[in-house]
Design a protein around this ligand. Structure first.
Ligand code: PLP
Length: 407
């Protein structure tokens, strides 16, 4: 008898987006003439930078020619891309990362979801709340917790991110082994200072723990004092794996390219208490289960680092950041406490009431769709996430309608 993995039965159905769609559908049926503005979107809205498109076309032509055609490439990514990533994203910022520590992949979702496979089933996992749900669900699937009670899984240590701690969680009071951190954060848009990251690195070093650092929104950091990579923190190479993505940096959500850095010094312990380097372990996992990102897509990613590519992605992100600032200042001027929106595409708004109640208010009175924070965890119960991935015109119209609705 074929039986299923029983841990899948512990997964809590995520009704967030289905619930949003249902409420939006009902509203549209009742108001067929009302144009809705969606400010809940976590996907980019602008097209790919011209430099990436040119590289894609060129690489496609190479694939059409027997002399330049490429079949399977290296699973970890082509050297041309790994080298420019290491040089530009890390060494240029004083962070030591070598090209062969970079594993190119099809997405930070896959990588942040798959990485837990190389750790023991009984490691103690620390999960921020609110959280990008992939970290939670992949550990549930792997059997690291019992079934949820009251919306939380008893096997995890939750790291609350609230106004009281500036949405950067405090160190855990109970021991943990695997720590997920994400800065700039989805959904809160909060960023972590050098000192805050250094405290986590110290914790990991002292407790033989490991940090999984999701920097998918790194490109939105403009404050010169904020670290872009965890490897800017001394000692992080032994205790941190970092995830990056071209999705939000350069509009690759539909093209798919990302990468993970596993430094050679990064260690975990085996059942006999011996230190085991993680780089060969991740190499083994990656080369066994993944056959590489397509050649044209890696050429498009390489083009992000060209002079024109850099100017174009900066302009792209400048536009989203301008939206984010407009959203934040509009909500602040209406008296709401906000975080994010400065070095991140998300604004996290404390609505002072139930998140769904506020969602319904914006939908029914303003015709604007946001994302209720409770979909990201208990700490989001009275928050909504507003996203800057939209046109400036849509953002201005939405804010005008919200002002009128809330007066
Ligand atoms: N990590 C975070 C925090 C995200 O918000 C997202 C996408 O929304 C991802 C990772 C996924 O990125 P990718 O498109 O590279 O899979």
């Amino acid at each position: 008898m074929i039986r299923i993995n029983p841990h899948y039965q512990k997964l809590q159905a995520n009704y967030l987006f289905a619930d949003i769609a249902k409420r939006v559908g009902t509203f549209q049926q009742q108001h067929p003439d009302k144009h809705l503005i969606r400010l809940g979107i976590g996907d980019v809205t602008q097209p790919l930078p011209a430099a990436c498109i040119a590289a894609l076309h060129h690489a496609t032509d190479e694939m059409a020619n027997a002399a330049s055609f490429r079949g399977y490439g290296p699973e970890q990514g082509y050297d041309f891309l790994r080298k420019v990533i290491a040089a530009h994203d890390f060494r240029a910022r004083g962070a030591e990362v070598d090209a062969d520590e970079v594993f190119v992949s099809d997405g930070a979702k896959s990588d942040t979801g798959n990485i837990q496979e190389i750790f023991a089933a009984d490691v103690r996992v620390a999960i921020p709340d609110p959280v990008y749900p992939v970290y939670v669900d992949t550990n549930v699937m792997a059997g690291r917790t019992a079934a949820a009670a009251d919306g939380r899984y008893p096997g995890f240590v939750y790291l609350d991110s609230t106004a009281a701690n500036g949405y950067v969680p405090a160190l855990p009071s109970e021991p943990v082994d695997l720590i997920y951190l994400c800065f700039p954060n989805n959904p809160t848009g909060a960023t972590a200072t050098r000192e805050q990251l250094a405290a986590w690195v110290d914790y990991a070093r002292q407790n033989r723990a490991l940090i999984l650092f999701d920097a998918a929104y790194e490109a939105f950091i403009r404050d010169p004092d904020l670290p872009h990579s965890i490897y800017e923190i001394p000692g992080a190479r032994e205790v941190a794996i970092e995830f990056r993505s071209f999705s939000k940096t350069a509009g690759f959500t539909g093209l798919r390219c990302a990468y993970t850095v596993v430094p050679k010094e990064c260690m975990a312990w085996d059942a006999d208490g011996q230190r085991v380097p993680l780089h060969p372990l991740w190499m083994r996992r990656h080369t066994t289960k993944f056959n590489g990102v397509s050649y044209p897509v890696q050429r498009a990613a390489e083009a992000v680092y060209s002079t024109e590519g850099q100017q174009q992605v900066r302009a792209l992100i400048d536009d989203y950041l301008a939206n984010a600032r407009t959203i934040r200042s509009a909500f602040e001027s209406m008296g709401f406490a906000c975080t994010g929106g400065e070095n991140a595409p998300y604004v996290w708004i404390d609505t002072g009431r139930d998140a769904w109640e506020f969602f319904d208010l914006l939908l029914n009175r303003a015709g604007v769709v946001c994302t209720p924070g409770v979909g990201f965890g208990r700490c989001g119960q009275q928050h909504v996430r507003i996203s800057a991935f939209n046109s400036a015109e849509n953002v201005a119209n939405a804010l005008q309608r919200i002002r009128t609705a809330l007066q």
